[in-house]
Design a protein around this ligand. Structure first.
Ligand code: KIV
Ligand code: ZN
Length: 512
């Protein structure tokens, strides 16, 4: 069998230290509420992270209370608080009942001279004092030589040896400004590892886009713990990305962590929603396109055997994702035929050819093709209305404003029955979509999986295009688009179109 990683890591266990709630929250523009932080902490526990850095308690009273709340939440993971090598910072962490205190001080000349303005000897003395203080208070202790990768190597090794002697449990090697090369990181960790006997942790920033590579090289050189954030958020260009580090360790190196990888996608989505930091579709592992195939050659291969054009050592199921065949301008007949089959449509070879040409024509005009478009094209080529609509929308209304909770009411005919449902939400669209979801509850439970809104013209009378994906309880997914100058109308219209196609698919499956 082909092998892709450093063999020395096969079967080796690495621990995962997540700093989403501390370095991640330092992402410019990000501010999480205490409730959101608690939810992220619980999710990281479910994911199987070993340690989380819950915050920097000295920074504010609110932060301190939140770190304390997370520390007392009864999670299986260890909760860590960050502190400078100052008594007031350490006391703030001690007050929070954290399991571990991560204390740090600048060691590079550039930071030492221009920020803390202390001599090397003073810095070492402060670090030793902090470690002894932490140990006296019974917490686990991690020490970071901030800006380690720009610190004079002899001094760096000396300070790590000194904190080890003072009782430190683990040292962290931060690449604070993300300037290390992968081979440089490997060599640095080898050097430190040959002089220091306590475990080594690594904290890589992504200024040059190589934080994950640097973290992996550190593990090859002997680091036993890696610091990461969900979606790689953090100061400036962020930190090493949790999902990427973990999947590389598992799938490429054959190493082990405690991460339950099937929760990676839901964790990324939660942090994406709470922080508003959206990741592009081509993001590895968790992006919308991470397991999507469009070109004819690829989809043909993947439909035969998925490993032909996927890594194989990492499947969508492993990370809680799903494979998607996308119909677009590069689509081939296999993909179109398969998608039509799933909708219960069996065109002849000639009809299939015609559908393909029409689909490519639409795509060439720059439009994204949805299931609803494919359905409409197939209907016109086959010359009949494929399947009767199960739901016919009769009316809907949404009430919104600064003095009212956005509320929506929908009335529709489902089969032969008239149904009315209402719900409220955080905004008019949320309320309208929830009302439609509720309306469906008694028939087929569906949920909105993805929702996108784009203004396709300018001005306050802009035409808005809504693309929506819905999923039923068996995991079937359908997407549809609608455009209108009224965003609520476009949203409800796209949702009902998608549900109608989904119900057709469902009927077909139940007949098989
Ligand atoms: O990047 C950095 O050096 C840090 C330290 C606090 C470890 O975030
Ligand atoms: Zn950092």
């Amino acid at each position: 069998m082909a092998f892709y990683g450093d063999e020395s890591l096969v079967g080796k266990h690495k621990t995962i230290f997540d700093t989403t709630l501390r370095d991640g929250e330092q992402t410019p523009g990000v501010s999480l509420t205490n409730e959101q932080k608690l939810k992220i902490a619980r999710q990281l526990d479910k994911l199987g992270v070993d340690v989380i850095e819950a915050g920097f308690p000295i920074s504010s009273e609110g932060e301190k209370q939140n770190v304390r709340a997370i520390a007392n939440e009864g999670l299986s993971l260890d909760v860590c608080g960050l502190a400078r090598v100052l008594r007031k910072d350490l006391d703030a962490c001690i007050d929070c009942d954290v399991d571990m205190i991560h204390t740090f001080v600048s060691t590079s000349d550039i930071q030492r001279i221009h920020t803390i303005k202390k001599s090397r000897e003073e810095v070492t003395a402060m670090a030793i004092d902090a470690i002894e203080y932490i140990k006296e208070h019974g917490a686990k202790c991690m020490f970071s030589a901030m800006d380690a990768t720009r610190t004079d190597l002899d001094y760096l090794i000396d300070i790590y040896k000194d904190v080890e002697k003072a009782g430190c449990d683990i040292i962290n090697v931060p690449d604070t400004v993300g300037i290390m090369s992968p081979s440089g990181m490997y060599q640095l960790i080898k050097n430190i590892n040959s002089e220091v006997n306590i475990p080594i942790d690594v904290h890589c920033h992504n200024d040059f886009g190589i934080a994950v590579g640097n973290s992996l090289m550190a593990t090859e050189a002997g680091a036993s713990q890696v610091q990461v954030t969900v979606n790689g958020i953090g100061e400036r260009a962020g930190n090493a990305n949790l999902a990427e580090v973990v999947m590389c360790l598992h799938s490429i190196y054959g190493a082990k962590t405690n991460i339950k990888t099937e929760y990676l996608l839901e964790t990324s989505k939660m942090v994406e929603n709470f922080t508003g930091v959206h990741f592009p579709p081509n993001t590895p592992i968790v992006g919308d396109n991470a397991f999507a195939h469009e070109s004819g050659i690829h989809t043909h291969g993947v439909l035969e055997k998925s490993d032909t054009f996927e890594p194989g050592i990492m499947t969508p199921e492993m990370v809680g994702h799903r494979r998607r065949i996308v119909i677009g301008k590069h689509a081939g007949s296999h993909a179109v035929e398969k998608s039509l089959q799933e909708m219960g449509i069996q065109p002849t070879a000639e009809q299939l050819g015609e559908i393909l040409v029409k689909i490519k024509d639409i795509a060439n005009k720059g439009k994204r093709i949805c299931d609803a478009d494919l359905y409409a094209v197939a209907s016109s080529v086959l010359g009949r209305n494929l399947g009767k609509e199960t739901i016919t929308l009769k009316e809907f209304s949404v009430m919104t404003g600064n003095l009212t909770t956005p509320t929506a009411v929908v009335r529709a005919v489902i089969g032969d029955e008239e149904v009315v449902a209402s719900n409220y939400g955080v905004g008019p669209i949320d309320a309208a979509l929830k009302a439609v979801e509720d309306m469906m509850g008694g028939y087929n439970k569906i949920k909105v999986r993805d929702y996108r809104l784009e203004a396709i013209t300018g001005g306050s009378d802009a035409l808005a295009e809504v693309t929506i994906s819905v999923e039923d309880e068996e995991g079937r997914v359908v997407n549809a688009q609608s455009a209108s100058t009224d965003i609520a109308t476009a949203s409800v219209d796209a949702l009902i179109t998608a549900i109608n196609i989904l119900l057709e698919k469902k009927k077909l499956w139940s007949m098989q």
